[in-house]
Design a protein around this ligand. Structure first.
Ligand code: PMP
Length: 386
């Protein structure tokens, strides 16, 4: 039998067969008219996905971390002050990047599983001038979602650029980049955009580009410099050949197919599908007496981080694997051994949620923690179809 296991880690995710098929072709020249057309269309479609009609898209070979680094390298000058909204492992990574590029980072920390309050963030903004604020929309280490709209409004009020790490959220969690005044939003291809790993993707506001143009010091990187990439992105959108560094052509063919599917689904429909599936998933977890790492009101729709019941532990991940579902262990250093993570984003189907939950019940039983599944199916049915 074919490999029927489901990949339900928080990225990479299951990809659509049509996306995979788009890659399995003879590699086109990056300056051929056919490829230029595809790349140009993908860039334009990204504006629909980020809901940023006047945004400037960038698509560059690399992972989500490369996109984070590109944002910091271009938006931060040595000596700049940056407020990091602390939500876990990936906001710590943002802080480290700010420091590497000579910025002074101040992190407003929050209790595990929560986000700093708007009042705490505003207090920090009142204490000194910050050139930028970083926000991790969904911290994949805890499954916590930050209120980007409200935080970006605070950044604007205090004249700081807002930089949103949307690696685990863009394409699934509500983001109205332009209406919310988010200056830079970034992601990697392998999560809710539904394309194999290898593309760093970002959308910048015109304000972010103006601030970058007004820099007094050169960007301290060649590959990450917007100055290298801006003419290339503009050329592709204008259907002109251009070269700075070779794009991963086959991945861009796949991106084009996936973005067309996102646009056809519609972003609002996509956001609410993720909300509905995540609500149903969480409801079933509570029914099984499982506890989430993210506190109520902060739970992401792209993944769930769940504590192992007392009597089990990381053995559950192996048991799930044997039941055909690949899930991830913990990542946040404070609780790494105490929880697991399940991704539910992208082309996730209600049947995947059902399969995952029943595998979870069987796996829990097999590691000595039977759970009550009576009544689960009708409950799921009403939630998944509501
Ligand atoms: N930020 C967040 C929120 C992430 O979830 C990840 C990946 N898990 C990254 C950044 C880094 O992305 P990558 O692993 O593609 O470098």
């Amino acid at each position: 039998m074919n490999d029927r296991s489901l990949l339900m880690i928080p990225g990479p995710i299951e990809f659509e067969p049509s996306v995979m098929a788009a890659m399995a072709v003879k590699t086109p020249s990056h300056v051929s008219p056919e490829f230029i057309e595809v790349f140009g269309r993908a860039l334009t479609n990204l504006r629909h996905v980020f809901l940023a009609p006047e945004g400037q898209p960038f698509v560059v070979a690399g992972s989500g971390t490369m996109a984070m680094e590109m944002a910091i390298a271009n938006c931060i000058e040595p000596g700049n002050h940056v407020l990091v909204v602390g939500t876990g492992y990936f906001s710590d990574r943002m802080q480290r990047l700010v420091e590497i590029y000579g910025g002074q980072a101040t992190q407003v920390k929050s209790a595990l599983g929560t986000v700093p309050s708007l009042a705490e963030v505003e207090q920090a903004l009142q204490k000194q001038t910050f050139q930028a604020m970083t926000i991790t929309q969904v911290d994949t280490s805890t499954g916590v979602r930050a209120p980007v709209k409200e935080l970006a409004a605070l950044a604007k009020k205090y004249n700081a650029l807002s930089i949103v790490d949307g690696v685990c959220s863009v394409g699934a969690e509500t983001l109205h980049q332009q209406a919310w005044g988010v200056d830079v939003a970034l992601t990697g291809s392998q999560k809710a955009l539904g394309v194999p790993p290898g593309l760093g993707i970002m959308m910048c506001s015109q304000l972010a580009i103006e601030r970058w143009k007004a820099r007094t010091q050169a960007v301290r990187s060649m590959y990450l410099d917007w100055g290298q990439w801006l003419p290339i992105m503009k050329a592709y959108e204008n259907r002109q050949p251009a070269y700075f560094a070779t794009p991963p052509c086959n991945l861009i063919l796949a991106l084009d197919v996936s973005l067309q599917m996102l646009v056809a689904e519609g972003m609002e429909a996509r956001f609410s599908r993720h909300q509905r599936l995540a609500d149903a998933f969480r409801d079933a977890l509570y029914h099984m007496n499982l506890k989430l790492v993210a506190a109520d009101g902060y739970q992401a729709n792209t993944l769930s981080a769940v504590y192992y019941p007392d009597s089990t532990g990381p053995a559950l991940v192996g048991a799930m694997n044997r039941h055909g579902i690949q899930i991830a262990g913990g990542l946040h250093p404070e609780i790494k051994q105490r929880y697991f993570r399940i991704g539910h984003m992208g082309s996730i189907h209600p049947n995947d949620v059902v399969a995952c939950l029943f595998a979870l019940a069987q796996s829990l039983a097999s590691v000595g923690c039977p759970v009550d599944t009576a009544g689960l199916l009708p409950r799921l049915q009403s939630k998944l179809t509501s």
